[in-house]
Design a protein around this ligand. Structure first.
Ligand code: IPE
Ligand code: IPE
Ligand code: MG
Length: 236
């Protein structure tokens, strides 16, 4: 495996700190989410300019459903608008848009627009923007385990055939390379149920800025630091 450090294929980001950004300014949390959504376009563009082929953004976790209904509703409204505005714009720019997560949990009108956007951008090849929505990594792994069990039950494979390749083929990210870089904003240092399988050998970067304050300069700074890291994959 020679995934040289100058060849960054995939960056995953945990976009955290919208609520605190708003609170610091005496604004409602929803304003933080709004401002946070505005940043996505710029970061997607900057990642593309840096030659990154996949950008995966954590937008809403399976655990985020437990937030107060008012906040969940305002996030769904924002998503509704976002699907019609900025994501459409990214589509015109040649970005392939994908969603990972338990989409059945989302409102039907949103699912419909997500699927439409996925179909319309399926052949775009500038880069792939993958949005983790109603996403939880443990849920994804359990879902994959059930699919593997189904294959065995149908007699398509034997238990002895199950390997890492077959298992990862059952994940939502089956056709996306593992992230080279994970970035979490807002100073928190945890994974919060994000891409547990896929991040096995990613390089982690924790950035103090809240997500609405995250800039392309900060992204480029992470990329520069990444280039100085040594990825050993357990070898010498
Ligand atoms: C991240 O910002 C966005 C979502 C989880 C939807 P938060 O809403 O978690 O903001 P903080 O962490 O409370 O500041
Ligand atoms: C993780 O952030 C989920 C997203 C950024 C979408 P959270 O704010 O929900 O995570 P915790 O609760 O701080 O671990
Ligand atoms: Mg948070």
């Amino acid at each position: 495996m020679n995934n040289t450090k100058d060849n960054i294929r995939h960056i995953a980001i945990i976009m955290d700190g919208n609520g605190r950004w708003a609170k610091k300014r005496g604004l409602p949390r929803s304003m933080g989410h709004r401002k946070g959504a505005e940043v996505v376009k710029e970061i997607c563009q900057a990642a593309g300019d840096a030659g990154v082929k996949y950008l995966t953004l954590y937008a809403f976790s399976t655990e985020n459903w437990k937030r107060p209904q008012e906040e969940v509703d305002s996030l769904m409204d924002l998503l509704r608008q976002y699907l019609k505005s900025d994501l459409k714009e990214l589509k015109e720019k040649g970005v392939c848009i994908r969603f990972i997560g338990e989409r059945e949990m989302l409102p039907p009108d949103i699912i419909k627009n997500m699927e439409k956007l996925e179909a319309e951008t399926a052949n775009n090849d500038k880069m792939t923007l993958c949005i983790a929505l109603s996403y939880g990594s443990r849920q994804e792994i359990v879902h994959a385990a059930k699919k593997v069990a189904e294959l065995v039950k149908r007699g398509d494979i034997r238990i002895e055939d199950i390997d890492e390749k077959i298992f990862s083929d059952m994940l939502y990210t089956h056709d996306i390379p593992d992230p080279d870089i994970l970035i979490r904003t807002s100073g928190e240092q945890r994974i919060s149920n994000y891409l547990l399988w896929q991040l096995a050998y990613s390089e982690f970067f924790f950035v103090e800025a809240y997500w609405p304050d995250f800039t392309k300069e900060m992204l480029n700074d992470v990329i520069e630091k990444y280039k100085t890291r040594e990825r050993r994959y357990g070898k010498l």
